[in-house]
Design a protein around this ligand. Sequence first.
Ligand code: ZN
Length: 427
Amino acid sequence: MAESSPTQQATLTPEPLGLEPSFGFGDRLGSATPGHLAALREAGGAIRGIFAQQSIREMTRTSRTADEVMSCAVDALAAESFADKWGADADHLKTEDDVRNTMASGFVFFTLDPSGDVDQEADNYNASQLAEKFAAAREWAPWFDSYLGQTVQLDSTTIEFNQDILSRAAVKYGKSIQATIKLAKFVESEAERLGKPFELELSVDETAQPTTAAEHYLIADQLRQAGVKLVSLAPRFVGDFEKGVDFKGDLTELEKSLQVHAEIAERMGPYKLSLHSGSDKLAMYPLLARTTKGRFHVKTAGTSYLEALRVAAHKDPAFFREIVDFSRARYDDDKATYHVSAEVDQLPVSADLNDTQVEVVYLERWCDVPAGKGFTNPGRQVLHCTFGSVVTDPNLGPRLKALLESHADVYTEVLRDHFVRHLQALR
Ligand SMILES: [Zn+2]
Protein backbone atom coordinates (compact mmCIF):
# COMPACT_ATOMS: atom_id res chain seq x y z
CA MET A 1 0.00 0.00 0.00
CA ALA A 2 1.39 3.39 -0.98
CA GLU A 3 2.13 5.73 1.87
CA SER A 4 0.39 9.07 1.88
CA SER A 5 2.80 11.87 1.10
CA PRO A 6 2.54 15.60 1.68
CA THR A 7 2.73 16.20 -2.08
CA GLN A 8 -0.71 14.68 -2.63
CA GLN A 9 -3.49 16.69 -4.20
CA ALA A 10 -5.54 18.73 -1.76
CA THR A 11 -8.59 16.51 -2.24
CA LEU A 12 -6.72 13.50 -0.92
CA THR A 13 -6.00 15.21 2.37
CA PRO A 14 -8.69 14.96 5.04
CA GLU A 15 -9.99 18.23 6.42
CA PRO A 16 -11.97 19.37 9.45
CA LEU A 17 -15.67 19.30 8.54
CA GLY A 18 -16.97 21.79 11.07
CA LEU A 19 -20.70 21.66 11.71
CA GLU A 20 -21.61 19.91 8.47
CA PRO A 21 -23.45 16.62 9.10
CA SER A 22 -20.97 13.76 8.95
CA PHE A 23 -20.90 9.98 8.86
CA GLY A 24 -17.98 7.88 10.06
CA PHE A 25 -17.19 4.82 7.96
CA GLY A 26 -14.83 2.79 10.11
CA ASP A 27 -12.98 0.18 8.08
CA ARG A 28 -11.11 -2.43 10.10
CA LEU A 29 -10.01 -4.51 7.11
CA GLY A 30 -8.80 -1.71 4.88
CA SER A 31 -10.87 -2.59 1.82
CA ALA A 32 -14.28 -1.07 2.55
CA THR A 33 -13.82 2.49 1.30
CA PRO A 34 -15.06 1.81 -2.29
CA GLY A 35 -18.38 0.52 -0.88
CA HIS A 36 -18.61 3.39 1.61
CA LEU A 37 -18.00 5.91 -1.14
CA ALA A 38 -20.56 4.32 -3.46
CA ALA A 39 -23.20 4.63 -0.73
CA LEU A 40 -22.28 8.21 0.08
CA ARG A 41 -22.42 9.22 -3.58
CA GLU A 42 -25.81 7.62 -3.95
CA ALA A 43 -27.55 8.65 -0.75
CA GLY A 44 -25.31 11.00 1.23
CA GLY A 45 -26.92 14.29 0.24
CA ALA A 46 -25.30 16.98 2.41
CA ILE A 47 -23.63 14.41 4.66
CA ARG A 48 -19.82 14.39 4.58
CA GLY A 49 -17.88 11.13 4.80
CA ILE A 50 -15.23 10.36 7.36
CA PHE A 51 -13.41 7.62 5.48
CA ALA A 52 -10.52 7.07 7.86
CA GLN A 53 -11.85 6.34 11.33
CA GLN A 54 -10.28 3.99 13.79
CA SER A 55 -10.05 3.87 17.54
CA ILE A 56 -6.88 3.01 19.35
CA ARG A 57 -8.59 -0.14 20.63
CA GLU A 58 -9.45 -1.24 17.09
CA MET A 59 -5.90 -0.66 15.86
CA THR A 60 -4.56 -2.68 18.75
CA ARG A 61 -6.97 -5.53 18.08
CA THR A 62 -6.30 -5.68 14.35
CA SER A 63 -2.53 -4.98 14.60
CA ARG A 64 -2.88 -2.02 12.24
CA THR A 65 -1.10 1.32 12.44
CA ALA A 66 -2.62 4.78 12.04
CA ASP A 67 -0.55 5.14 8.83
CA GLU A 68 -2.09 2.01 7.38
CA VAL A 69 -5.63 3.11 8.21
CA MET A 70 -4.99 6.45 6.55
CA SER A 71 -3.30 5.12 3.41
CA CYS A 72 -6.04 2.54 2.79
CA ALA A 73 -8.63 5.34 2.74
CA VAL A 74 -6.47 7.73 0.70
CA ASP A 75 -5.61 5.10 -1.93
CA ALA A 76 -9.25 4.09 -2.36
CA LEU A 77 -10.43 7.69 -2.67
CA ALA A 78 -7.64 8.44 -5.17
CA ALA A 79 -8.63 5.45 -7.28
CA GLU A 80 -12.17 6.81 -7.41
CA SER A 81 -10.97 10.36 -8.15
CA PHE A 82 -12.88 11.60 -5.13
CA ALA A 83 -12.76 15.40 -5.12
CA ASP A 84 -15.01 16.41 -2.20
CA LYS A 85 -14.13 17.29 1.35
CA TRP A 86 -13.72 14.33 3.71
CA GLY A 87 -12.66 13.75 7.28
CA ALA A 88 -10.37 11.45 9.27
CA ASP A 89 -11.27 10.54 12.84
CA ALA A 90 -8.70 9.40 15.37
CA ASP A 91 -11.24 7.78 17.64
CA HIS A 92 -11.24 7.21 21.40
CA LEU A 93 -7.89 8.80 22.24
CA LYS A 94 -6.82 8.54 25.84
CA THR A 95 -3.16 9.63 25.94
CA GLU A 96 -0.81 12.21 24.47
CA ASP A 97 0.94 9.42 22.58
CA ASP A 98 -2.37 8.51 20.93
CA VAL A 99 -2.66 12.13 19.75
CA ARG A 100 0.95 12.37 18.51
CA ASN A 101 0.73 9.10 16.66
CA THR A 102 -2.54 9.80 14.84
CA MET A 103 -1.76 13.44 14.08
CA ALA A 104 1.50 12.33 12.46
CA SER A 105 -0.54 10.07 10.16
CA GLY A 106 -2.72 12.94 9.01
CA PHE A 107 -5.84 12.55 11.15
CA VAL A 108 -7.67 15.84 11.68
CA PHE A 109 -10.65 14.92 13.87
CA PHE A 110 -9.60 13.98 17.38
CA THR A 111 -12.07 12.17 19.60
CA LEU A 112 -11.10 12.51 23.24
CA ASP A 113 -12.21 9.70 25.50
CA PRO A 114 -11.83 10.36 29.22
CA SER A 115 -13.98 7.37 30.21
CA GLY A 116 -11.12 5.88 32.24
CA ASP A 117 -11.62 8.77 34.68
CA VAL A 118 -15.43 8.51 34.81
CA ASP A 119 -16.89 6.92 37.94
CA GLN A 120 -19.23 4.39 36.33
CA GLU A 121 -21.04 3.66 39.58
CA ALA A 122 -21.86 7.25 40.51
CA ASP A 123 -25.60 7.01 39.84
CA ASN A 124 -25.92 4.04 42.20
CA TYR A 125 -24.43 5.59 45.36
CA ASN A 126 -26.73 6.19 48.30
CA ALA A 127 -26.51 9.43 50.29
CA SER A 128 -23.73 8.38 52.62
CA GLN A 129 -21.67 6.72 49.89
CA LEU A 130 -22.09 9.83 47.77
CA ALA A 131 -20.97 12.12 50.59
CA GLU A 132 -17.86 10.01 51.08
CA LYS A 133 -17.02 9.88 47.37
CA PHE A 134 -17.70 13.58 47.01
CA ALA A 135 -15.23 14.46 49.75
CA ALA A 136 -12.57 12.66 47.72
CA ALA A 137 -13.69 14.18 44.40
CA ARG A 138 -14.03 17.76 45.68
CA GLU A 139 -10.58 18.75 44.44
CA TRP A 140 -11.59 17.81 40.88
CA ALA A 141 -14.64 20.02 40.98
CA PRO A 142 -13.52 23.61 41.69
CA TRP A 143 -16.67 24.68 39.84
CA PHE A 144 -19.05 23.21 42.43
CA ASP A 145 -20.02 26.39 44.29
CA SER A 146 -20.49 28.43 41.13
CA TYR A 147 -23.39 26.21 40.02
CA LEU A 148 -24.99 25.47 43.38
CA GLY A 149 -28.56 26.84 43.44
CA GLN A 150 -28.46 27.90 39.77
CA THR A 151 -31.25 27.09 37.34
CA VAL A 152 -30.90 26.84 33.56
CA GLN A 153 -34.12 27.25 31.61
CA LEU A 154 -34.15 25.43 28.28
CA ASP A 155 -37.11 25.10 25.91
CA SER A 156 -37.10 21.34 26.42
CA THR A 157 -36.38 21.15 30.17
CA THR A 158 -35.26 22.97 33.28
CA ILE A 159 -31.91 22.12 34.80
CA GLU A 160 -31.62 22.69 38.53
CA PHE A 161 -28.18 22.45 40.04
CA ASN A 162 -28.82 21.25 43.56
CA GLN A 163 -26.44 19.64 46.04
CA ASP A 164 -27.26 16.07 45.01
CA ILE A 165 -26.98 16.62 41.26
CA LEU A 166 -23.73 18.56 41.57
CA SER A 167 -22.01 16.22 43.97
CA ARG A 168 -22.95 13.25 41.79
CA ALA A 169 -21.63 15.10 38.72
CA ALA A 170 -18.42 15.90 40.59
CA VAL A 171 -17.95 12.24 41.49
CA LYS A 172 -18.91 10.95 38.05
CA TYR A 173 -17.20 13.46 35.76
CA GLY A 174 -15.00 15.79 37.87
CA LYS A 175 -11.71 14.08 37.15
CA SER A 176 -12.59 13.33 33.52
CA ILE A 177 -13.39 16.98 32.78
CA GLN A 178 -9.90 17.96 33.95
CA ALA A 179 -8.36 15.15 31.90
CA THR A 180 -10.30 16.24 28.81
CA ILE A 181 -9.17 19.84 29.11
CA LYS A 182 -5.55 18.73 29.48
CA LEU A 183 -5.69 16.42 26.44
CA ALA A 184 -7.57 19.02 24.37
CA LYS A 185 -4.88 21.60 25.14
CA PHE A 186 -2.28 19.09 24.07
CA VAL A 187 -4.02 18.56 20.71
CA GLU A 188 -4.16 22.33 20.24
CA SER A 189 -0.51 22.88 21.04
CA GLU A 190 0.70 19.96 18.91
CA ALA A 191 -1.42 21.11 15.97
CA GLU A 192 -0.06 24.61 16.32
CA ARG A 193 3.52 23.39 16.62
CA LEU A 194 3.18 21.23 13.50
CA GLY A 195 0.94 23.61 11.57
CA LYS A 196 -1.83 21.00 11.27
CA PRO A 197 -5.60 21.51 11.17
CA PHE A 198 -7.75 19.86 13.82
CA GLU A 199 -11.18 19.61 15.37
CA LEU A 200 -12.22 18.05 18.65
CA GLU A 201 -14.93 15.66 19.74
CA LEU A 202 -15.57 14.64 23.31
CA SER A 203 -16.98 11.17 23.83
CA VAL A 204 -18.54 10.09 27.08
CA ASP A 205 -20.64 7.43 25.37
CA GLU A 206 -18.76 4.48 26.81
CA THR A 207 -20.23 4.76 30.28
CA ALA A 208 -22.73 2.51 31.97
CA GLN A 209 -25.27 5.20 32.76
CA PRO A 210 -26.89 7.85 30.53
CA THR A 211 -25.55 11.40 30.51
CA THR A 212 -28.14 13.70 32.10
CA ALA A 213 -28.99 17.18 30.86
CA ALA A 214 -27.30 18.71 33.92
CA GLU A 215 -24.13 16.70 33.30
CA HIS A 216 -24.00 17.56 29.60
CA TYR A 217 -24.52 21.24 30.35
CA LEU A 218 -21.89 21.28 33.06
CA ILE A 219 -19.27 19.43 30.97
CA ALA A 220 -19.86 21.74 28.00
CA ASP A 221 -19.78 24.84 30.18
CA GLN A 222 -16.54 23.80 31.83
CA LEU A 223 -14.85 23.09 28.50
CA ARG A 224 -16.05 26.41 27.17
CA GLN A 225 -14.73 28.27 30.20
CA ALA A 226 -11.38 26.54 29.69
CA GLY A 227 -11.32 27.72 26.08
CA VAL A 228 -11.81 24.25 24.57
CA LYS A 229 -13.92 24.41 21.42
CA LEU A 230 -15.74 21.22 20.49
CA VAL A 231 -17.02 20.30 17.05
CA SER A 232 -19.09 17.47 18.50
CA LEU A 233 -19.98 15.72 21.72
CA ALA A 234 -21.14 12.14 22.17
CA PRO A 235 -23.26 11.72 25.29
CA ARG A 236 -24.30 8.33 26.55
CA PHE A 237 -27.93 8.41 25.38
CA VAL A 238 -30.83 6.68 27.11
CA GLY A 239 -31.67 3.14 26.00
CA ASP A 240 -29.38 0.33 24.97
CA PHE A 241 -26.74 0.75 22.28
CA GLU A 242 -25.62 -2.81 21.88
CA LYS A 243 -23.10 -3.63 19.21
CA GLY A 244 -24.28 -5.05 15.91
CA VAL A 245 -28.03 -4.58 16.44
CA ASP A 246 -30.62 -1.80 16.27
CA PHE A 247 -31.43 0.57 19.15
CA LYS A 248 -33.11 -1.22 22.04
CA GLY A 249 -35.36 0.88 24.18
CA ASP A 250 -38.21 3.38 24.20
CA LEU A 251 -38.00 5.60 21.10
CA THR A 252 -40.33 8.23 22.57
CA GLU A 253 -38.16 8.60 25.64
CA LEU A 254 -35.06 8.67 23.42
CA GLU A 255 -36.50 11.45 21.27
CA LYS A 256 -37.24 13.60 24.32
CA SER A 257 -33.71 13.12 25.57
CA LEU A 258 -32.21 13.82 22.12
CA GLN A 259 -34.19 17.05 22.07
CA VAL A 260 -32.61 18.13 25.35
CA HIS A 261 -29.06 17.17 24.31
CA ALA A 262 -29.51 18.88 20.93
CA GLU A 263 -30.67 22.05 22.60
CA ILE A 264 -27.66 22.07 24.93
CA ALA A 265 -25.34 21.44 21.97
CA GLU A 266 -26.91 24.36 20.16
CA ARG A 267 -26.69 26.71 23.10
CA MET A 268 -23.25 25.74 24.42
CA GLY A 269 -21.50 25.43 21.06
CA PRO A 270 -22.96 25.14 18.69
CA TYR A 271 -21.47 21.70 18.15
CA LYS A 272 -22.75 18.50 16.61
CA LEU A 273 -24.41 15.75 18.59
CA SER A 274 -22.48 12.57 17.98
CA LEU A 275 -23.82 9.04 17.96
CA HIS A 276 -21.29 6.30 18.62
CA SER A 277 -22.01 2.60 18.17
CA GLY A 278 -24.13 3.93 15.31
CA SER A 279 -23.93 0.76 13.21
CA ASP A 280 -27.36 -0.64 12.44
CA LYS A 281 -29.21 1.84 14.73
CA LEU A 282 -31.58 2.75 11.93
CA ALA A 283 -34.68 3.04 14.09
CA MET A 284 -33.27 6.11 15.79
CA TYR A 285 -31.58 7.84 12.84
CA PRO A 286 -34.62 9.89 11.82
CA LEU A 287 -34.94 11.10 15.43
CA LEU A 288 -31.29 12.14 15.52
CA ALA A 289 -31.53 14.01 12.22
CA ARG A 290 -34.75 15.75 13.25
CA THR A 291 -33.87 16.79 16.79
CA THR A 292 -30.42 18.10 15.80
CA LYS A 293 -31.80 19.81 12.67
CA GLY A 294 -29.08 18.06 10.71
CA ARG A 295 -26.23 18.95 13.06
CA PHE A 296 -25.09 15.41 13.81
CA HIS A 297 -22.20 13.02 13.51
CA VAL A 298 -22.66 9.24 13.35
CA LYS A 299 -19.94 6.62 13.81
CA THR A 300 -20.05 3.10 12.47
CA ALA A 301 -17.29 0.51 12.36
CA GLY A 302 -18.10 -3.09 13.16
CA THR A 303 -20.90 -3.29 10.66
CA SER A 304 -18.48 -3.10 7.70
CA TYR A 305 -16.63 -6.11 9.08
CA LEU A 306 -19.92 -8.01 9.42
CA GLU A 307 -20.80 -7.20 5.83
CA ALA A 308 -17.38 -8.53 4.79
CA LEU A 309 -18.39 -11.81 6.41
CA ARG A 310 -21.54 -11.74 4.29
CA VAL A 311 -19.26 -11.91 1.25
CA ALA A 312 -17.72 -15.04 2.78
CA ALA A 313 -21.21 -16.48 3.42
CA HIS A 314 -22.14 -15.97 -0.24
CA LYS A 315 -18.88 -16.88 -1.93
CA ASP A 316 -17.35 -19.51 0.35
CA PRO A 317 -19.98 -20.90 2.78
CA ALA A 318 -17.61 -23.50 4.21
CA PHE A 319 -15.14 -20.76 5.15
CA PHE A 320 -17.95 -18.70 6.69
CA ARG A 321 -18.85 -21.70 8.86
CA GLU A 322 -15.23 -21.89 10.03
CA ILE A 323 -15.38 -18.24 11.05
CA VAL A 324 -18.68 -18.78 12.89
CA ASP A 325 -17.31 -21.79 14.80
CA PHE A 326 -14.07 -19.97 15.64
CA SER A 327 -15.98 -16.85 16.77
CA ARG A 328 -18.30 -18.89 18.97
CA ALA A 329 -15.26 -20.32 20.73
CA ARG A 330 -13.69 -16.86 21.18
CA TYR A 331 -16.83 -14.91 22.08
CA ASP A 332 -16.88 -15.19 25.86
CA ASP A 333 -13.32 -13.85 26.12
CA ASP A 334 -13.62 -11.25 23.39
CA LYS A 335 -16.92 -9.72 24.49
CA ALA A 336 -15.49 -8.42 27.77
CA THR A 337 -15.18 -4.77 26.71
CA TYR A 338 -18.39 -4.66 24.67
CA HIS A 339 -21.99 -3.89 25.46
CA VAL A 340 -23.77 -7.01 24.16
CA SER A 341 -26.35 -9.44 25.48
CA ALA A 342 -25.99 -12.43 23.13
CA GLU A 343 -25.16 -15.78 24.73
CA VAL A 344 -23.44 -18.39 22.61
CA ASP A 345 -25.36 -21.22 24.27
CA GLN A 346 -28.63 -19.79 23.01
CA LEU A 347 -27.53 -19.92 19.37
CA PRO A 348 -27.55 -23.07 17.23
CA VAL A 349 -24.16 -24.42 16.18
CA SER A 350 -23.39 -24.10 12.49
CA ALA A 351 -23.44 -27.89 11.98
CA ASP A 352 -27.18 -27.88 12.72
CA LEU A 353 -27.94 -25.25 10.06
CA ASN A 354 -27.91 -25.19 6.27
CA ASP A 355 -25.94 -22.48 4.45
CA THR A 356 -28.84 -20.05 4.25
CA GLN A 357 -29.71 -20.59 7.91
CA VAL A 358 -26.13 -19.96 9.04
CA GLU A 359 -26.20 -16.59 7.35
CA VAL A 360 -29.62 -15.72 8.78
CA VAL A 361 -28.75 -16.73 12.34
CA TYR A 362 -25.32 -15.09 12.42
CA LEU A 363 -25.64 -12.12 10.05
CA GLU A 364 -29.23 -11.14 9.45
CA ARG A 365 -29.72 -7.46 10.10
CA TRP A 366 -33.44 -7.05 10.48
CA CYS A 367 -34.84 -9.75 12.73
CA ASP A 368 -38.42 -9.06 13.85
CA VAL A 369 -39.10 -9.61 17.52
CA PRO A 370 -42.31 -8.89 19.52
CA ALA A 371 -43.61 -5.33 19.19
CA GLY A 372 -42.05 -2.69 21.37
CA LYS A 373 -38.77 -4.52 21.73
CA GLY A 374 -37.22 -3.24 18.51
CA PHE A 375 -34.90 -5.37 16.46
CA THR A 376 -32.36 -7.71 17.79
CA ASN A 377 -30.18 -10.40 16.39
CA PRO A 378 -27.83 -12.02 18.88
CA GLY A 379 -25.88 -13.94 16.23
CA ARG A 380 -24.47 -10.75 14.77
CA GLN A 381 -23.01 -9.85 18.17
CA VAL A 382 -20.98 -13.04 18.33
CA LEU A 383 -19.32 -12.16 15.03
CA HIS A 384 -19.04 -8.48 15.93
CA CYS A 385 -17.03 -8.90 19.13
CA THR A 386 -14.56 -11.41 17.73
CA PHE A 387 -13.30 -9.41 14.75
CA GLY A 388 -9.84 -8.91 16.25
CA SER A 389 -9.35 -12.60 16.87
CA VAL A 390 -10.44 -13.49 13.34
CA VAL A 391 -8.45 -10.79 11.58
CA THR A 392 -5.23 -11.54 13.45
CA ASP A 393 -5.62 -15.32 13.26
CA PRO A 394 -2.78 -16.58 11.02
CA ASN A 395 -5.14 -18.91 9.21
CA LEU A 396 -8.46 -17.03 8.99
CA GLY A 397 -7.18 -13.45 8.67
CA PRO A 398 -5.21 -13.79 5.43
CA ARG A 399 -7.92 -15.99 3.90
CA LEU A 400 -10.60 -13.40 4.63
CA LYS A 401 -8.51 -10.63 3.10
CA ALA A 402 -7.75 -12.75 0.02
CA LEU A 403 -11.44 -13.57 -0.39
CA LEU A 404 -12.37 -9.87 -0.24
CA GLU A 405 -9.70 -9.07 -2.79
CA SER A 406 -10.94 -11.66 -5.25
CA HIS A 407 -14.56 -10.54 -4.73
CA ALA A 408 -13.93 -6.82 -4.32
CA ASP A 409 -16.93 -5.92 -6.47
CA VAL A 410 -19.25 -8.07 -4.33
CA TYR A 411 -17.96 -6.49 -1.11
CA THR A 412 -18.47 -3.02 -2.57
CA GLU A 413 -22.03 -3.85 -3.61
CA VAL A 414 -22.92 -5.39 -0.22
CA LEU A 415 -21.60 -2.29 1.56
CA ARG A 416 -23.27 0.11 -0.84
CA ASP A 417 -26.64 -1.52 -0.20
CA HIS A 418 -26.06 -1.60 3.57
CA PHE A 419 -24.98 2.03 3.92
CA VAL A 420 -27.52 3.48 1.51
CA ARG A 421 -30.10 2.29 4.06
CA HIS A 422 -28.17 3.97 6.84
CA LEU A 423 -27.78 7.26 4.99
CA GLN A 424 -31.36 7.38 3.76
CA ALA A 425 -32.60 7.04 7.33
CA LEU A 426 -30.64 10.18 8.26
CA ARG A 427 -32.15 12.45 5.64
ZN1 ZN B 1 -17.52 5.56 21.09
